[in-house]
Design a protein around this ligand. Structure first.
Ligand SMILES: C[S@@+](CC[C@H](N)C(=O)[O-])C[C@H]1O[C@@H](n2cnc3c(N)ncnc32)[C@H](O)[C@@H]1O
Length: 183
């Protein structure tokens, strides 16, 4: 069976080098933040966003327990405000949409902020950079976010950007991801 998480990591790894700048747009419990912090090394720079205190607490604990290099800044703000905090180009951006696992399911990513955040990420994206977006169509807002993102990203100029989508065709409510790679 296809392991989408493993596939996501393969995509990301192809764009990760020591010392790059990465953004985790949806910190949650910090699994992606941990992966990115370790992958970019002590010379890298990592920004991670979430709107919930609990996400920042859980993530900080995970990073400390796993002895991550102190290459990260955890930011309590909407990812749609990324340009207020990140002033340099980014090489890797990760969105894992939806709600905090084990948390309040009513606090979820929303189209009104997800779409501007993805626009900002595209503006900040460096050459040879990647934005990876995991989408959960099993809940109503996730389904809409996925449709709108697919529509928006499908129209990007293929000479500059490669957009691909990885989905399990016979399980339409399973998570899928979109990879946006800048040439
Ligand atoms: C599926 S979880 C992320 C899981 C995380 N990547 C991990 O490894 O554990 C989605 C997260 O997005 C956060 N979120 C919702 N709206 C947001 C926004 N506007 N800006 C930043 N984070 C947001 C939620 O609070 C939640 O923690």
């Amino acid at each position: 069976m296809v392991d989408l998480m493993a596939l996501e990591k393969q995509f990301l790894s192809a764009h990760i080098k020591d010392g790059i700048t990465a953004v985790d747009f949806t910190m949650g419990n910090g699994h992606d933040t941990l992966f990115l912090s370790k992958a970019i090394g002590e010379n890298g720079k990592l920004y991670a966003f979430d709107i919930q205190d609990r996400a920042l607490e859980n993530t900080e604990q995970r990073l400390i327990e796993n002895e991550c290099p102190k290459n990260y800044t955890l930011i309590k703000a909407s990812h749609s405000l990324v340009k207020d905090y990140v002033k340099e180009k980014i090489n890797v951006g990760v969105f894992n949409l939806g709600y905090l696992p084990g948390g309040d399911k009513s606090i979820t990513t929303l189209r009104e902020t997800t779409l501007p955040a993805v626009d900002a990420a595209l503006e900040l994206l460096a050459d040879d950079g990647i934005i990876l977006i995991a989408i959960y169509p099993g809940h109503a807002e996730g389904e809409v976010e996925g449709k709108l993102l697919t529509e928006k990203l499908s129209s990007l100029d293929k000479k500059q950007i490669c957009v691909s989508r990885f989905t399990i065709l016979n399980s339409p409510t399973s998570p899928y991801f979109i990879a946006v790679e800048k040439k």
